[in-house]
Design a protein around this ligand. Structure first.
Ligand SMILES: *Cc1c(COP(=O)(O)O)cnc(C)c1O
Length: 425
């Protein structure tokens, strides 16, 4: 199975791979760049943002909160802050990253099932927009920390609508057996409990049903359930300011039809109006769909190994740099940086790591030789943020192309820094 080049900012010209107007091989030779590295396209970010930007323009009561965990590089966060995005964070570390680039705390929401006390305190003191509360005990904990700090905590309750998002089981989060959110049948009682705690201000309701969702129905089904709950809350005298539908908007890796978020926002608007909730603010938390197709991973072919049963292309990048194939059997397109005319063979594209699960792509037809460069597509989301130092391999460098300009947005980690926090005894 061979991937077609489907992303306009990554293309071949005269047999050479380009990102925008920059040849990848030229980048390496002229700028003295070492492989492996990640190369972003600013134009691809612009394109991914444009749909959300137009939603924010056409529905001014929408707040887009970029989900930082998809890619937390400071230059990426700065890009979205400048575009007007807020942020959805899941840790104190992500909060500090957002504050580092000068993000507006009033546009930061804090999700996650296991918030620690110091993280709650830091978020309170920073004046974030709200906490997305995932359990009863977390609600009590936030109330206590708020009381102690003398700061009223704004909270949204994350409900689990028990909707099958029809995606990979590891990235499905809205089923009743998942660890996320508050059981739907308990939600009303928990809102009522929250209303009795005077260090809390209830501001919203949220759900997040999974990731890489390609159909709008699961969202709309979830929203129907949430709207019913909002009506019950109004009956109970609890008024909310916002409804947050989470993220998970699916994209193209191979031949998927991306989720039409503009249609989704429109359908949501009709539903809310029908329920006389048209004035509520709507929050969307896209991660993957804003960054996945903005980057390629460029690696060198170290060894080509042919056996009776299988052919392998062994790269100097592996599962520590991009774990999605190992973890979810995810598909990523593979492109030679310089196209060869010769015969093709079928290869598994693997890393150098001592694990059978260390593969990046399977059964790809390529004409390739040792020393060639290969680009792995769609690595902008859940790539560098999930990287590890396994096999004492350093985090790799990141660059961004803007037109024909190249900017380094992260240096490669110095190998000795991998163990710089360790001590012999
Ligand atoms: C991960 C996550 C997102 C973003 O999901 P994508 O699939 O990357 O769009 C949004 N909201 C919450 C609560 C998340 O955990």
């Amino acid at each position: 199975m061979q991937s077609p080049i489907s992303f306009p900012h990554i293309h071949y010209k005269n047999g050479f791979l380009y990102v925008e107007n920059l040849s990848v091989s030229e980048t390496i030779s002229k700028k003295n760049v070492q492989t492996p590295f990640v190369l972003y396209s600013k134009a691809a970010l612009d394109e991914a943002w444009s749909a959300y930007g137009s939603i924010a323009k056409n529905y001014p009561n929408t707040l887009i909160c970029y989900a930082v965990k998809a890619n937390s590089n400071l230059a990426i966060l700065q890009y979205f802050a400048r575009a007007g995005s807020g942020f959805d964070i899941v840790s104190g570390g992500e909060l500090l990253r957002c504050l580092e680039i000068g993000a507006d705390p009033k546009k930061i929401i804090f999700s996650g099932v296991g918030k620690q006390d110091w993280e709650i305190k830091l978020a309170l003191e920073s004046g974030i927009k709200c906490f997305n509360v995932e359990s009863e005990s977390e609600l009590e904990r936030i109330a206590t920390i708020g009381r102690e700090a003398g700061i009223k905590a704004k909270v949204s309750i994350r409900v689990n609508p028990d909707i099958d998002a029809r995606t990979h089981p590891y990235i499905s989060t809205g089923l009743k057996e998942n660890k996320f959110g508050i059981e739907f049948s308990r939600a009303l009682d928990i809102f009522k409990r929250a209303a009795t705690l005077d260090s809390l201000e209830i501001v919203g309701i949220d759900c997040h049903i999974g990731s890489q969702i390609l159909e709008t129905e699961p969202y709309l089904d979830a929203v129907d359930r949430v709207i019913d709950l909002i009506k019950a809350l109004v009956q109970a005298g609890i008024e909310l300011k916002h409804i947050d539908i989470g993220g998970g908007f699916g994209i193209r890796y191979l031949d998927e039809k991306p989720l039409d978020i503009i249609y989704l926002r429109q359908a949501l608007d009709s539903k809310l109006r029908e329920a006389e909730l048209g004035d509520m603010q709507v929050i969307m938390e896209p991660g993957r769909s804003l960054v996945a197709n903005s980057a390629i991973l460029v690696a060198s072919v170290i060894v080509i190994k042919k056996t009776e049963f299988k052919n392998f292309v062994i790269l100097n990048a592996g599962m520590n740099d991009l774990i999605r194939p190992s973890l979810y059997e995810a598909f990523h397109g593979v492109l030679p940086v310089i196209e060869r005319d010769g015969d093709t063979d079928t290869y598994d594209i693997v890393g150098p790591i001592c694990e059978t699960g260390d593969w990046l792509a399977k059964d790809r037809n390529l004409s390739i030789q040792e020393g060639d460069l290969i680009a792995i597509e769609s690595v902008g989301a859940y790539g560098t943020t999930m990287a590890s130092n396994y096999n004492s391999r350093p985090f790799l460098a990141e660059y961004m192309v803007d037109g024909s300009e190249l900017y380094q947005i992260r240096k490669a980690q110095n190998i000795k820094d991998i163990w710089s926090l360790e001590q012999t005894i």
